[in-house]
Write a protein that binds this ligand. Structure first.
Ligand code: ADP
Length: 307
């Protein structure tokens, strides 16, 4: 189904159900609607098990929704492609390849299928020079210009994540999906990496969708923040699965100065995200969800609630 082209990404009426170990279906995502314009930096927070990673997989195209549509630039997403890159918390680089070789391997795999490698070995060899140049350029860009000949085990956690980011950026994706990319890093490396990713975002016209458990990180990085949560109430007796309970703009200059992390406004935002979707003892009614972001979708209109 064709969707408005103004939006880079458009999810409509998305439901995702899985089967549990007893074979019974359960809902993870319950009626997700959201539209994304190019250049946004969106952070997604939510309780564990609220389907954040599932949502990223649907956008990546490695899974299809049980119901609803997920479109990129007006077209249904059917499988992963180079328009969308992904960075996970722990990235598996090949341990026997150097940083540079890891990057080149990714490029070759991207451009040459196994059949093409067998059919056109000379073409692949000619292209390799190009790949090496590109890999060097991207390593420079992520501050690892001198580390191309190192092996993954010789790198710190932060450096490995930079390689993972370079590996995604090198295919020039329109959307970079990040699933708790800094979750395994110590605090000071994490802060460096936050500034680093903002810098990369500024340099390109990329859109970023970033999952995090850290509410401070979510507010510091975002132009828009979304809370996905299974903690809410409706008038129906049974309603399961996570919904977007909050979709807000994070105002102010962007990227933000580091001092923003310590200001009153930041604390207010953090308290709001926690209150809106992370506290199992506090459940908002669906009609009170804060969907104030300009492109967010109200599942229930005010008129419907008056009926
Ligand atoms: P989050 O990232 O918010 O922690 P996930 O998206 O990882 O949540 O998972 C949401 C729920 O979906 C969890 O209960 C998880 O066990 C379940 N789930 C995820 N993938 C599958 C799958 N392939 N099969 C069955 N259940 C799954």
């Amino acid at each position: 189904m064709k969707k408005e082209k103004d939006y880079l990404l458009h999810l409509e009426d998305v439901h995702m159900r899985y089967r549990n170990h007893k074979g019974k279906m359960f809902t993870v995502l319950n009626d997700i609607d959201f539209k994304v314009k190019a250049g946004e930096f969106i952070t997604i927070v939510g309780p564990s098990g609220s389907g954040k990673s599932t949502l990223l997989r649907l956008i990546l195209g490695s899974e299809q929704p049980t119901e609803g549509t997920v479109c990129f630039a007006g077209e249904n997403i059917r499988c992963p492609d180079r328009n969308r890159g992904i960075v996970f918390q722990k990235y598996s680089l090949f341990p026997h390849l150097t940083v540079l070789q890891n990057l080149i391997f990714g490029l070759e795999a991207e451009e040459f299928t196994l059949t093409r490698r067998i059919l056109y070995p000379f073409k692949l060899r000619r292209k390799r020079k190009d790949f090496i140049e590109q890999a060097r350029e991207y390593l420079e860009r992520v501050g690892l210009g001198d580390d191309g000949d190192k092996y993954p085990q010789q790198l710190s956690g932060g450096m490995r994540q930079r390689v993972a980011i370079a590996q995604s950026l090198i295919t020039k994706p329109s959307i970079l999906l990040m699933d708790e990319p800094f979750g395994a890093l110590d605090d000071s490396t994490r802060q460096d990496m936050q500034l680093f990713i903002l810098e990369q975002w500024e340099k390109t016209d990329m859109t970023v969708i970033f999952i995090t458990h850290d509410l401070g990180e979510a507010i510091f990085l975002a132009t828009r923040s979304i809370v996905l949560s299974q903690y809410y109430i409706t008038d129906r007796e049974i309603d399961e699965g996570a919904k977007i309970v909050t979709d807000i703009e994070v105002p102010g200059d962007h990227p933000r100065p580091s001092e923003f992390k310590y200001c009153e406004e930041m604390n207010r935002f953090i308290a709001k995200l926690r209150h809106d979707g992370l506290d199992p003892d506090h459940r908002q009614h669906i009609k009170n969800f804060d969907l104030s972001f300009r492109d967010s979708f109200r599942t229930v209109t005010d008129e419907e609630w008056k009926k």
